[in-house]
Design a protein around this ligand. Structure first.
Ligand SMILES: C[S@@+](CC[C@H](N)C(=O)[O-])C[C@H]1O[C@@H](n2cnc3c(N)ncnc32)[C@H](O)[C@@H]1O
Length: 417
C-alpha cells in the first residue's frame, strides 16, 4: 500500500479515493438491501470483500450498513492476499469502533482460491453461503493478456520488453514512486500459442473466442482469464440470488491502452465483454454500467434479477450517481486556492457533507473551510479526528496538524525578565 500512495508523482489520479468513498459503500449497501428477502430478516448477511487493501472501504461499508439498519446482521469478511495489510488495519484501529460488535473478520485469501482462507491466527475459515462478494478495484491486479485477432481464429499476444534493466536492481519502490513510469518499455506482438499457455488460459479460451467472434481481424482484446476462473469458483460460494460486484477503472473501446501505472502499481484494464460472455454461458445475470470514471458490474447468481435490485442499481449508478459527484467535488476542492473563493468553498463543503457526512475526506474538506475562515481551533479539532481514521493520507494530515498547532499556540507579546 505504501508503494501505491497518494503522493505519487505520475499524472494518473489514483482511483482508490473513489472506490473507497463513502457514497460508493452506501450505494452497495443499498443494492444488497434491495436484494434481501423480507421473509428472512433475522438471518446473517454474509459479505466478502476481496483485496481490501487499507480497509477504508470496509470502514465505510460498516458505517453505511449502520445508516441503513443492517449492521447487526452482518458477517463481513475483509480479505487480502497480504496479511501485512490486514495487520496494519488492526494496528491502526481502522475498524476499532466495530470490534465489540463482532461483525467483521480479517482473513487472507489468494484470489481466485476461495477454499484456502485463513484468519490472522492461521485458522482455516469456511467461506460459503455468501450474500455479496465485492471486488473493489482489485480485478485489475489479476493477470491479463492483450491479444490481437488474426485470420483463421488465431491471435497474437502483446509482449513488453523493459530496457535499461540495470535500473531495477536495488530500487526502492516505496520512496521512488515514479519508478514504473520512467521505465523504457517497448511493446511487440508475437504469436499466441495456446499449446504453450497455462491450464487456466486453456480452460477459458473458448469464452474469449466466442466474445472475439463479433470483432474484426486486427482488433485488440484483453484476455482476463483469471477473472473468469474467479467467477467460476465463486458460483458455488454464493447463495442463490447472491451478488458479485466488480468496480474498476473503465476501459474504453476506442482506446488501445491495456494497462495503466498508478504510482508503482500496475492496473490491467478489463474486457467487460468477456465477463458478459461468461455470464451468458453460466446461468448468471449481469447489470452493467460504465462512464468516464468507473465501470460497475453486478453479477447475480440467478437467471432473473429481483425488480427492486434492478431499480436500486439504476438509482445508485444511473440517475443520481453520488460517486461521481464525490469525485468532482474532490477535484474542485483541490483547485480552490484564493481566500476570495471562501463562499464557493462553503458551497462545495456543504454539498460534500450532504452526500458523505462520514468519511475522512469530507471531514478534511470541512477542516479546509475552517482554515480558510481562520477558525484554526475548529480546523485543528477536525484534523485530529481525521488522523484517527485516515490511514492513506497520514503524512498529509500530520503536516496540517503541525501547521495549525503553530498557528494556535498562544504567543506572548512581552516577556517579564
Ligand atoms: C489496487 S489495490 C485496491 C485496494 C482497495 N480495494 C482499494 O480500492 O483501495 C488491490 C488490492 O488487491 C490485493 N490483491 C492483489 N492481488 C491479489 C490476489 N491475487 N488475491 C487477493 N488480493 C490481491 C492487493 O494486495 C491490494 O490490496
Amino acid at each position: 500500500m505504501d508503494a501505491f500512495d497518494s503522493q505519487a508523482t505520475n499524472s494518473n489520479s489514483i482511483p482508490n479515493t473513489v472506490s473507497n468513498s463513502y457514497p460508493h459503500a452506501l450505494s452497495i449497501v443499498r443494492m444488497l438491501k434491495a436484494n434481501l428477502d423480507e421473509l428472512d430478516s433475522s438471518s446473517k448477511i454474509r459479505v466478502l470483500e476481496c483485496g481490501a487493501g487499507a480497509g477504508l472501504f470496509a470502514r465505510h461499508f460498516l458505517l453505511a450498513a449502520q445508516e441503513e439498519g443492517i449492521l447487526q446482521r452482518l458477517e463481513y469478511f475483509l480479505s487480502d492476499i497480504a496479511a501485512h495489510s490486514l495487520r496494519q488495519i488492526q494496528e491502526k484501529g481502522i475498524l476499532e469502533e466495530f470490534q465489540h460488535l463482532g461483525v467483521f473478520r480479517l482473513v487472507t485469501l489468494f484470489l481466485p482460491n476461495f477454499d484456502s482462507v485463513f484468519d490472522l491466527e492461521g485458522n482455516q475459515i469456511e467461506l460459503d453461503s455468501l450474500d455479496l462478494v465485492i471486488a473493489n478495484y482489485v480485478v485489475d491486479s489479476l493477470p491479463m493478456i492483450p491479444l490481437k485477432k488474426k485470420e483463421g481464429g488465431c491471435f497474437d499476444k502483446l509482449q513488453l520488453k523493459i530496457s535499461q534493466n540495470q535500473f531495477i536492481q536495488n530500487q526502492n519502490l516505496i520512496s521512488d514512486l515514479g519508478f514504473l513510469s520512467r521505465l523504457n518499455i517497448t511493446e511487440r506482438w508475437v504469436n499466441y500459442d495456446l499449446a504453450q499457455a497455462s491450464e487456466m488460459e486453456k480452460k477459458y479460451f473458448h469464452i474469449l473466442e466466442s466474445s472475439a467472434s463479433h470483432h474484426p481481424v486486427g482488433e485488440e482484446l484483453r484476455f482476463n482469464y483469471f477473472i473468469l476462473d474467479l467467477m467460476d469458483s465463486l458460483k458455488e460460494k454464493l447463495k442463490p440470488k447472491g451478488l458479485f460486484y466488480i468496480y474498476d477503472i473503465p476501459s474504453k473501446q476506442e482506446s488501445k491502452k491495456h494497462y495503466y501505472f498508478f504510482a508503482n502499481s500496475v492496473a490491467n484494464l478489463l474486457n467487460e465483454e468477456l465477463i458478459v460472455e461468461f455470464v451468458r454461458s453460466s446461468n448468471l445475470t449481469i447489470l452493467a454500467r460504465q462512464d468516464s470514471y468507473q465501470s460497475n458490474l453486478l453479477i447475480i447468481n440467478a437467471e432473473q434479477p429481483k425488480h427492486d435490485l434492478v431499480e436500486a442499481f439504476k438509482s445508485e449508478f444511473e440517475k443520481t450517481c453520488n460517486i461521481n459527484v464525490f469525485n468532482e467535488i474532490i477535484k474542485m476542492l483541490n483547485v480552490i486556492k484564493s481566500p476570495q473563493s471562501v463562499e464557493l468553498l462553503k458551497f462545495l463543503v456543504d454539498k460534500f457533507q450532504e452526500i458523505d457526512g462520514k468519511s475522512a475526506l469530507s471531514l478534511t474538506a470541512k477542516g479546509l473551510y475552517y482554515e480558510a475562515i481562520k477558525d484554526y481551533d475548529t480546523a485543528l479539532d477536525i484534523y485530529l479526528a481525521v488522523r484517527k481514521i485516515d490511514f492513506l493520507n497520514e503524512c498529509l494530515i500530520e503536516a496540517k496538524i503541525n501547521k495549525l498547532r503553530s498557528l494556535t499556540t498562544p504567543k506572548t507579546s512581552f516577556q517579564i525578565l
